[in-house]
Design a protein around this ligand. Structure first.
Ligand code: PHE
Ligand code: NA
Length: 502
């Protein structure tokens, strides 16, 4: 009863979906600050080295696994070697954790599109965000009352996501990417150009780009560069394995990885320009130095930006609407890609058709997300889960996948042969060295670095108990879940449909 695997309609469709997955909140609210903190203009050098030496090689790795073995991570790894299946499920578990909290940030951004009209955050955006909007509990905890103002937009986010997934690869994800990504680029360009014309923009850009060359010799800066590249390309937990499994036989894997990698980085640098031009304007208006105003994450998007928007004498509402709409678009396309991994994994291993798989698996993911995050504890849970899954889940999963495939199973040669057969861009031996040696070294180095900090002080000033459960607990459960899922008696998927070698 094998159904033919779904396929992308066009190469552009696949590329836009892959770019849509990579371009997310991290490009807008993470990169500008990381670059600024780690040498400004000089950061671009380690960043580019990280992109070329590990980011793009890892992208090619994932594309090739998905394309050669024609499956989402559990099936693809199983077909590579039966014993490797837990790695695939582990990646699925990571996707599950990320998607349950990532969705709620999009829900916040949706509300802020509305709040931009008339600057409803008043003159204390920080208090507005945590008290009036999120009703954050005094103490971090687990069970807490719902916050209706977050609940309904979150439900809307999940409805949109599941509808897109239910429509399928070509009619759902591809169509959504073809609309959302060009729209995002246009809106974001308008926003950046507007920001460049604000008084003080030049000072902001100076602060952002002025290079601190001494940073180049600082190990921390290199860890930050590799960290940003891994996070930003969202490599290491199977999204690209999944998307590439829907490519046609003949596909330029190497070329696509280059295009997607550079498109994502271009968007990041553009965001750096926009964000720092805006921070320069803030410095100009309020006298708060750029160095003090610069932050990342929710603090940048939901506190600093509202503060700045309120300073605009004309077009404030539009500036806010544009900015938060961009966050929504960037976030949605990423969310769609992560949830597709979970749906696709279950489809591959049970033979379930797409729509029931979306309803059951997507529905379950949505239910967990809706039960946990639009509550008065949502912000705390999100903060801790995000930190741990990024620092340990993703980095460790990427490391294990590379080591197992390259060194334990010794499959890099076979993968290279596959890529070089189907791609215009040949990756050659350089790729094997970068992936088998440079990438794992960078990953271990990042892990050691964050572990050292972790044991130095408890993350974010939370109690040890909270961090143990919400942080290490979540990262650990993802691993256990991976092993358990691989042991379940799934449908035997047999050999890949493309054993003919192409
Ligand atoms: N790569 C995305 C970004 O830069 C983040 C992301 C994380 C996307 C997890 C998908 C899954 O924002
Ligand atoms: Na990104």
């Amino acid at each position: 009863t094998a159904r033919p695997r779904e396929q992308w309609g066009t190469r552009a469709g696949f590329l836009l979906a892959a770019i849509g997955s990579a371009v997310g909140l991290g490009n807008i609210w993470r990169f500008p600050y990381i670059a600024y903190e780690n040498g400004g203009g000089a950061f671009l050098l380690p960043y580019l080295v990280a992109l070329l030496s590990a980011g793009i090689p890892l992208l090619i790795f994932e594309y090739t696994i998905g394309h050669k073995f024609r499956g989402s991570p559990p099936l693809a790894f199983r077909r590579m070697a039966r014993a490797a299946e837990p790695i695939g499920w582990w990646q699925v578990a990571i996707c599950f954790v990320i998607s349950v909290y990532y969705a709620v940030i999009i829900a916040w951004a949706i509300r802020y599109v509305g709040f931009s009209v008339g600057q409803q955050w008043g003159d204390d955006p920080e208090k507005f965000f945590s008290n009036d909007f999120l009703h954050v509990a005094e103490q971090p905890g687990f069970a807490a009352p719902f916050v209706p103002g977050v609940l309904w937009p979150l439900i809307a986010v999940w409805v949109v996501t599941l509808v897109v997934l239910a429509l399928g690869i070509r009619r759902g994800i591809e169509v959504a990417s073809k609309i959302f990504i060009p729209l995002l680029v246009v809106l974001f360009l308008i926003l950046v150009v507007r920001a460049l014309f604000l008084p003080g923009a030049a000072e902001g850009l100076n602060a952002f780009f002025s290079p601190d060359w001494s940073s180049i010799t600082d190990g921390k800066v290199w860890v930050a560069a590799y960290g940003q590249i891994f996070f930003s390309l969202s490599v290491g937990f199977g999204i690209m394995v999944t998307y590439a499994s829907y490519l046609r036989r003949k596909a330029d894997l190497g070329g696509s990885a280059l295009v997607a990698g550079f498109a994502n980085s271009s968007f990041e640098i553009l965001a750096g320009i926009g964000v720092f031009a805006t921070l320069g304007f803030m410095a100009h208006q309020t006298g708060v130095a750029v160095s003090e105003a610069a932050t990342s994450g929710p603090g940048l998007a939901f506190v600093a930006f509202p503060t700045i928007i309120s300073e605009l004498s004309s077009g404030a509402a539009w500036f806010g609407i544009l900015f938060f709409t961009c966050l929504v678009l960037a976030g949605l396309t990423s969310l769609i890609s992560i949830v597709q991994v979970i749906v696709s994994a279950v489809q591959d291993r049970t033979g379930l058709a797409r729509v029931p798989a979306v309803l059951i698996v997507g529905g379950l993911t949505a239910a967990v997300s809706i039960a946990l995050f639009p509550t008065r504890n949502g912000l705390y849970l999100l903060d801790v889960a995000d930190h741990f899954i990024n620092q340990y889940g993703i980095v460790l999963a990427a490391f294990v996948a590379v080591i197992v495939v390259a060194w334990a199973l010794r499959k890099l040669g076979v993968l290279r042969e596959h890529t070089d057969t189907v791609s215009n861009l040949k990756v050659g031996r350089v790729w094997m060295v970068l992936l088998g040696v440079v990438t794992p070294v960078a990953l271990v180095w990042m892990m050691v670095d964050s572990l050292r900090q972790e044991f130095g002080e408890t993350y974010g000033g939370y109690t040890t108990e909270y961090v143990l459960i919400a942080g290490w607990g979540v990262a650990g459960v993802a691993i256990v879940l991976g092993v358990v899922m691989a042991l379940l008696p799934w449908r035997d998927p047999g050999v890949p449909e493309d054993e003919d070698g192409v």
